[in-house]
Design a protein around this ligand. Structure first.
Ligand code: GLU
Length: 553
């Protein structure tokens, strides 16, 4: 077979040569050790935690090393394309502080290695498919859907590996030029398949193994590929495998960060790199995000787990720093230790390494995220938190925006409640929870949620509040204020100290804690809250008196 003639028959329109592309996309001029990474999402409109997790690794590796991080849109599947999806990807990641240096950006494509949309790269893929045909390493295959289904059925019945290889590939591999020419003239659709050199007839233990360096998993040894996989579909569009190899080579990606679900097809990629004569990049196959469900680990699911969607964190109002800090704890096993040693350092100072990445499943746990969020938020100044809350309200809960806008002083004091001192309170987790937590500061949201302690009668409660209101002086300091509560309590038969009551429960109705709980419920509607005196200082005298008065009448 004259492969040159075949290549011209199949790709008459392709005039450029591989050399042209080598010149068009020269090696990047990079400082020593600089890493080039990419994110290659399909524009499906759904951006999930896995994307952020991968993007974070990409971003860290590139920016930590003075390299480049770019966005390539893998839009070869028209069926999955959703309008506005690219914008969603970019804005969702930007919220988490992840920005691209190059690629498909909001104001157009940036960089000299584009186009950055796979749908615009048809000519490049075809040039290299043509090249493989010329070398006798790829061929057209006219098998119809029905024929493929039949082969598959026969293979399944015989318990053989499915796919086109060995004897199943023979017919298409051996078509003559005249047969191919006639089929094309008759308008028969065809795909281009790789002519794999993998030997299919060897017993499993004799099959050649390939070795691939994976920065997360070490050196991987896998049986070589022996399937004649499709590289160009009937419509001329490349498969993931082919596009990955061509794009990452010509965009000069140094590190491929992608999910472990791609490990299985790694031998295909190795064969493609070899046949095309391209140097291999470094692979970093990340562990899948798992969650514990009734004690069993399972993959996060779009249907069952709202926390898989990045929008969830936006809507709930998680601070991007908290989510990133949490992701780092799952990504790098030494991050928590580093954090203990460097409590105040920005997380960008952490030396992120692929070697410390988890290669087993990475367990994602919302409770752990919440714990980390508490630690992160306690370090964010109230002014910044106030801005964050305001922005969240603007986007996700506009009806409460007026409570924030123009009331910054009030809000900042609320957010700072109990946060000074050696043991700051860590009540704040995410915007939705924070609003719930502080809602009693707003009259429209204030409601009595808890009941008074059992050992305080309704009459006593009213009496406590009456006496409290009478003796209330907004200028009392914390000690003067508490002395008054103690006095009210002892006068009414409540022990001045909880331990006195514990020792002699028969002698008292209760203790000073029960008395202050009554006041707390009147003021906050809740039996748990930060310090009452401090809250009163924020509420102000008028509101304090009003709330106490409300429960007496
Ligand atoms: N488009 C692929 C995906 O969304 C990208 C995989 C890769 O990063 O290579 O799964």
């Amino acid at each position: 077979m004259d492969y040159n003639k075949l290549a011209e028959l199949l790709f008459p329109q392709i005039k450029k040569t591989p050399d042209d592309y080598e010149k068009l996309f020269p090696k990047r001029e990079l400082a020593n050790g600089a890493i080039v990474t990419r994110l290659g999402p399909s524009p499906t409109g759904f951006i999930h935690l896995g994307n952020l997790y991968g993007a974070f690794v990409d971003e860290r590796l590139a920016h930590q090393s003075g390299g480049t991080f770019y966005l390539r849109i893998e839009d070869t599947d028209e069926k999955r394309y959703v309008e506005g999806a690219v914008e969603t990807i970019i804005t969702a990641l930007k919220f988490f502080g992840i920005q691209f240096d190059e690629g498909a950006l909001l104001d157009g494509e940036k960089g000299s290695y584009g186009p950055y949309y796979q749908s615009k790269r048809g000519e490049i893929y075809q040039c290299f498919a043509k090249e493989l045909v010329k070398k006798g390493m790829a061929y057209p295959c006219f098998l119809t859907e029905d024929e493929l289904a039949e082969i598959r059925k026969a293979q399944e019945e015989a318990k053989e590996t499915t796919g086109i290889y060995g004897k199943y590939a023979e017919k298409s591999r051996n078509l003559s030029f005249a047969e191919i020419e006639a089929s094309i003239a008759a308008g028969k659709p065809y795909v281009i398949r790789l002519k794999s050199s993998g030997n299919h007839d060897l017993p499993a233990d004799k099959i050649r193994h390939i070795e691939v360096k994976d920065a997360v998993r070490g050196t991987l040894s896998m049986p070589e590929n022996n399937q004649d996989i499709v590289i160009l579909k009937a419509n001329g569009i490349p498969t993931y495998h082919f596009a990955h190899v061509i794009d990452d080579y010509f965009m000069r990606t140094t590190h491929i960060v992608r999910g472990e679900e791609w490990l299985m097809s790694l031998p295909i990629h190795v064969e493609l790199f070899e046949k095309l004569g391209f140097a291999m990049p470094v692979y970093c196959h990340t562990a899948q995000l798992l969650k514990l469900d009734n004690g069993n680990k399972r993959k996060l699911s779009k249907r069952k787990d709202p926390e898989l969607s990045l929008d969830y964190y936006r809507q709930e109002g998680y601070h991007p720093k908290a989510v990133k800090e949490y992701l780092l704890t799952i990504l790098n096993s030494n991050f928590e230790e580093w954090r203990i040693e460097n409590p105040d350092a920005p997380m960008e100072d952490f030396p992120f390494t692929t070697e410390k990445m988890n290669s087993g499943g990475a367990l994602f746990d919302l409770n752990k995220l919440n714990d980390i969020s508490k630690d992160v938020l306690v370090k964010i100044p109230a002014t910044e938190l106030c801005e964050f809350m305001t922005q969240w309200a603007r986007e996700c809960k506009p009806e409460i925006l007026p409570l924030f806008e123009g009331n910054e002083d009030y809000i900042e004091k609320i957010l700072d409640l109990g946060r000074s001192g050696k043991k700051p309170r860590k009540d704040l987790i995410y915007a939705k929870q924070i609003f719930e937590f502080i809602s009693y500061f707003f009259d429209d949201y204030f409601k009595i949620e808890d009941t008074i302690p059992e050992n305080v009668s309704d009459e006593d409660a009213a009496e406590i509040l009456r006496r409290y209101l009478e003796s209330y002086d907004h200028n009392d300091d914390q000690n003067q204020w508490f002395d008054k509560i103690r006095q009210i309590g002892t006068e009414m038969g409540y022990a001045a100290k909880p331990k006195d009551f514990k020792k002699n429960p028969d002698q008292y109705k209760g203790h000073v804690g029960h008395v202050s709980t009554v006041i707390r419920i009147a003021l906050m509607g809740r039996n748990q809250s930060p310090d009452i005196w401090e809250i009163q200082q924020i509420l102000g005298e008028k509101r304090t008196r009003e709330r106490i008065g409300l429960l007496i009448s």
